[in-house]
Each structure stands twice: as structure tokens, then as C-alpha cells.
Ligand binder design. Structure first.
Ligand code: ZN
Length: 148
């Protein structure tokens, strides 16, 4: 998990105005384990900020991604882009049925970073390791469907 103030500081450095709406977007991203999409962030914050637009959510997310403060995860079978404010090495596990994405901490990812740095000479800025599968709940649902 990352710190909301790290995200707002990044926006400030990029010359963006840190409005209460943008602070709320940063807080939501930093405190969420749900890897929200832009639409999820918009729906969640709209009741608090009636003037919030989806465009504000997108341009804030774009800025954070460009600054390397937030990772883009791509879609998880639902054709919408998910965002991850945790830029520390970890594995993302996506359920292809309910499109939920969870984090799995893995020291192997840290070792993999070192291996790739040594092999390539790159200065790594981040990593995205995404596994696909069926979550335990969706496996249960699938068993129930095949029974009926
Ligand atoms: Zn699932």
C-alpha cells in the first residue's frame, strides 16, 4: 500500500493543482486493495463531490501513471483498465470470472528484479506480474452450475 500524501506530492511536482477532488482520488487509490478502475473511483467519489467529472478522474490517473506513482494493470477480462497504487514488487492475481484483482506478496518477484537487472543492465522502474485464474468463490459457483 502506498501513502496518499506521496501521491498528492507527485501531482504537485507535476504542476497539477491539488484540489480536494484529486486528494480524494489519491486517498482512494492509496487505501484500496481493489485495484479500482476509473469508473469505480468516479462512482465512489461522486456522492461526495457533485461536480466531479470522469475526465478529472482520468487526467489525475494519467498524471500519476506518467509519474510512476501508480501502475496500470490493464483489464482483467472486463475490458476496463485497473490501477494499482502499490509499486513495490508483488504479484497480481486476476479472476477471469469476477475480474477481481488481488495482490500476492512474493519475494521471488524481488529476486526476479535483481536477475533481470543483472541480465539487461536496465534501471528497472517497476514490474507488473499478472496471473490469471478463477478465485475460490468463482470456483465454488462453477461447481454449483455444473451440478444443476
Ligand atoms: Zn472470481
Amino acid at each position: 500500500m502506498s501513502n496518499p500524501s506521496t501521491l498528492t506530492t507527485s501531482l504537485q511536482k507535476a504542476g497539477m493543482r491539488v484540489t480536494p477532488q484529486r486528494v480524494a482520488i489519491c486517498e482512494l487509490l492509496a487505501n484500496s486493495h481493489e485495484h479500482p478502475t476509473a469508473a469505480m473511483i468516479y462512482e465512489e467519489l461522486k456522492p461526495r463531490f457533485s461536480s466531479l467529472s470522469l475526465a478529472t478522474v482520468y487526467n489525475t490517473l494519467d498524471a500519476l501513471v506518467t509519474l510512476g506513482a501508480v501502475n496500470v494493470l490493464g483489464h482483467a477480462g472486463d475490458d476496463t483498465v485497473h490501477y494499482d497504487a502499490d509499486t513495490e514488487p508483488h504479484v497480481n492475481l486476476a479472476c477471469i470470472s469476477c475480474s477481481r484483482i488481488i495482490d500476492i506478496p512474493s519475494e521471488h518477484v524481488t529476486h526476479l528484479d535483481a536477475e533481470i537487472t543483472a541480465a539487461s543492465g536496465y534501471k528497472l522502474l517497476g514490474a507488473r506480474v499478472l496471473y490469471y485464474g478463477l478465485c475460490p468463490e468463482c470456483q465454488k459457483k462453477q461447481i454449483e452450475i455444473t451440478r444443476n
